[in-house]
Design a protein around this ligand. Structure first.
Ligand code: PEP
Ligand code: MG
Length: 588
């Protein structure tokens, strides 16, 4: 079709990682639902066997290739997870059963293979043994891959694509995103997801424009189409016209100018107009993200999500491996702080290869973070010892996620004390004064913040979870994403309660949830008295500009006024008014 006759089509989703990208798409589908069943004649059986053998060889090659790439980019240990996948394509019992059924059932091989493999996986899944359940997951994964090959479809591999592309998928798990080839993925588009899902958080860290919550976009698009991803406004434009492309080129160059201006702030301090210094740090997920911390002028790391160390592998990270990782990061940022959050697996971050937290009806209310750690003390202590050892070389602080009350906090502190004692008796060096903090991200913790404040050196508010629990809005469910409101009057009251309790006990309080990276809300956070803000490194320069443009009294006045307002939209409107007056160019 000529450019003139071509019509662009627009889809609206939620923009979760700003910026725009234009390119060819690669659609990743969950193909098991559309496996057709058709009869074959006995004379076609040898052809079907031939197709099956070719698909198994192709699958094996893809797995080996992926293994090699992961070994080179992340490490041999992470690549070992694919050994189990290789065993599936070589499993004689499975293969023989498929060949036998082909002869007896006289159906196409995709159908037969799916039948046999699904039954096999279901049987393993029913056995109460974490190892066998793990094998069931491997079989499901490999089954999809073999069927894609039989259908001649592109494999679901984010690492295997050599051309730059825009990835379109039904859903991406945080581990998918963590193993993505950042050089090649220009943009991300998904059917599911929301702003505070960990996939969205990763996309922002990687600086990849992303749109989520597009419902059934994978069914509407085909690999090879050209799209424009506007991750700022959540707009996906299929076959954009030359006029649209020109308009976006202009927007991008304006964005680049703002980014260049913001770069100049790198060496400056995040001090308000009236001279109050706000510690501005960065959130990281992977050790290599540390480069972006310095490059964006953050004052250290306010949240290191260490659970990413446990994903995409099939053995737990050892104490030495963790120590080496934390030590390198601590050395890079010292004398600035590195706040290590003990691992927060569960919810949307599952690590089926290492930690068995699956099959929960309500994962975000389930066996997650500190709850899992306190019942698996050996795994917890391995991490705590590694963190304590790393504290000898840098300004390391520790914080515990998902604290719901005093007993839990005291228990975690007691386990930490045991680790300290053990290292001390083994004459292993640790830092002299290591600050210990609690994440406040559960309403019960917020409501008892005055009690918790007596036991720790700082609070770091996880607004992503605090909002989801306070408003009962699942943070990854796109159907209710419109109900997820950071400026809800209830959230504002909880934030005030936490900040006031911290200051009454003379400890500092920061925010490390996504709210800290939203420039529209910085006036509110400063007015509430937050001492620290920690945001995705790519957002740090904007937050710094916002802090430098504001004065504390005007922010305090804003809080006073907004506490009297009844709805989230009124509160947001007031915040935007002040933000627009001080740094309108950063909004929208
Ligand atoms: C939060 O809940 O706000 C937070 C920072 O932790 P996470 O997003 O990893 O749950
Ligand atoms: Mg959290």
């Amino acid at each position: 079709m000529s450019d003139k006759a071509r019509q662009e089509i627009r889809f609206q989703g939620a923009g979760v990682s700003p910026g725009s990208a234009f390119g060819k798409i690669h659609v990743v589908r969950d193909d098991l639902d559309d496996v057709a069943r058709y009869r074959i004649s006995p004379s076609q059986v040898p052809d079907e066997i031939g197709r099956f053998e070719t698909a198994l060889i192709q699958t094996r090659m893809q797995i080996l290739e992926m293994q090699q790439r992961i070994a080179e980019s992340i490490g041999a240990k992470d690549a070992a997870i694919f050994d189990a996948h290789l065993l599936v394509v070589e499993d004689r019992t499975l293969i023989d059963e498929v060949l036998r059924k082909l002869e007896t059932d006289l159906c196409n091989v995709e159908w037969v293979f799916q039948e046999v493999a699904t039954r096999y996986a279901e049987t393993l899944n029913k056995i109460d043994d974490p190892y066998l359940r793990e094998r069931a997951l491997d079989i499901q994964d490999v089954t999809k891959r073999v069927i894609r090959n039989l259908q001649g479809k592109a494999p679901k591999t984010f690492l295997g694509l050599s051309e730059p592309h825009i990835l379109v998928a039904h859903n991406l798990t945080p581990s998918d995103t963590a193993s993505m080839n950042r050089e090649r993925v220009l943009g991300i588009v998904t059917d599911l997801g929301s702003r505070t899902s960990h996939t969205a958080i990763m996309a922002r860290s990687l600086n990849i424009p992303a749109i989520v919550g597009l419902h059934d976009i994978t069914a509407k698009l085909e690999t090879g189409q050209h799209v424009l991803v506007d991750g700022t406004d959540g707009l996906l434009i299929v076959d954009p016209t030359p006029e649209t492309l020109a308009q976006y080129a202009e927007i991008e160059s304006r964005r680049a100018r703002v980014v260049a201006q913001l770069k100049e702030l790198r060496e400056t301090r995040s001090t308000t107009r009236d001279g109050r210094h706000i510690v501005l740090s960065a959130n990281i997920e992977l050790p290599e993200d540390v480069d972006a911390v310095e490059a964006n002028g953050a004052e250290g790391i306010g949240l290191y999500r260490t659970e990413f160390l446990y994903l995409n592998r099939n053995t737990l990270p050892t104490e030495d491996e963790q120590y080496e990782t934390y030590r390198k990061v601590a050395e890079r940022v010292r004398p600035d702080p590195l706040i290590i959050r003990t691992f927060d697996l569960g919810g949307d971050k599952l690590a089926p290869g290492t930690v068995d937290i699956t099959d929960e009806l309500n994962p975000f209310l389930g066996w997650r973070a500190i709850r899992f750690c306190l019942e698996n003390v050996d795994i917890f202590k391995t991490q705590l010892r590694a963190i304590l050892r790393a504290s000898a070389v840098g300004n390391v602080k520790i914080m515990f996620p998902m604290i719901s009350g005093l007993d839990e906090l005291r228990h975690a502190i007691a386990v930490l004390a045991e680790c300290r004692e053990e290292l001390y008796s083994s004459k292993i060096d640790i830092g002299k004064k290591i600050e210990v903090g609690a994440m406040i991200e559960i309403p019960s913790a917020a409501l008892s913040a005055n009690v918790l404040a007596c036991e720790v050196d700082f609070f770091s508010i996880g607004t992503n979870d605090l909002i989801q629990y306070a408003l009962a809005v699942d943070r990854v469910n796109e159907k209710i994403a419109h109900l997820y409101k950071p400026t809800h009057p209830a959230v504002l009251r909880l934030l005030k309660m936490i900040a006031d309790a911290a200051h009454a006990s003379d400890i500092w309080v920061g925010v490390c949830g996504e709210m800290a990276g939203d420039v529209a809300l910085i006036p509110l956070l400063l007015g509430l008295g937050m001492d620290e803000l920690s945001a995705s490194a790519t957002l740090v320069p904007r937050v710094k500009r916002a802090v430098q443009s504001l004065a504390i009294p005007e922010c305090q006045e804003l809080v006073e006024e907004t506490l009297k307002l009844d709805t989230a939209s009124e509160i947001l409107a007031r915040c935007l008014e002040l933000a627009d007056k001080r740094y309108g160019d950063l909004l929208g």
